[in-house]
Design a protein around this ligand. Sequence first.
Ligand code: SF4
Length: 281
Amino acid sequence: MTRNMDTSEVIEVIADLCKKACYELNDNLIDALKKAYTQEESPYGKDTLDLLIKNAEYAKQEQIACCHDTGTAVVIMEIGQEISWSGMPLVEAVYAGVRKGYEEGYLRKSMVRDPLDRVNTGDNTPCVFHPEIVPGDKVHITVMPKGGGSENMGAFTTLVPAVGEEGVKDFIMKTVEYAGGMTCPPIIVGVGVGGTMDKCAWLAKKALLRPIGERNPVPHYARMEEELLEKINDLGIGPLGMGGRTTALDVHIEYFPCHITALPVAVNLQCHASRHASAEI
Ligand code: SF4
């Protein structure tokens, strides 16, 4: 049966999610930071992790942004195919939600209207909006504010298939090593393998939403995730680049079938302020 919805119903929900995501780092992330604190061997790394945890707790308690860079708002909307929309264009309602959330929440507006003329739009719109059609009659919304420092250090390449798993791991390691402390570690490493250039980058972004500690169900990807995590933590970059064993909290690889001639790989890095909040309506 069709469910009728007015697009304006998403505005308030998105506004609240923008604020919640920027104010409250999720428990899964805080637990991972606390575990890293107990295991970190470097005194500088340990002190830095302690500061990051205290900062996150203070932001949540005071309901203020946990980082000044409240990012590009990435809005992912899984829309049940049984929904029939009325009202303003959905994308306009999504922008209105982001505008409201960033305004009400005193969140920094970081979007420029044109990458070359650099004039700030003043309300953090447009956001990056990913609608997906799924079975059912619900709308599942995730807001993921993505900070510039970590986003800037992502990379994409299309390898020749002959380089195989070793080539993929080498590209991931080079990307993380080059990024160094500029991504505000400890990071989460999101990897897309396969698809086309656009699909691959999207897989890498979505990989960042998987809970820390959860492995890819396919054994060889799970094994690669564990191997890469260990190698990355052997780099010694450490929390905020201060040195130490905690450079990454996890590595998440997502894959998709691809063309016989190609082996696309995208790496999307996420800083310790890994913010995302979700709701279902
Ligand atoms: S990379 Fe993350 S923690 Fe660092 S300034 Fe940007 S949003 Fe903040």
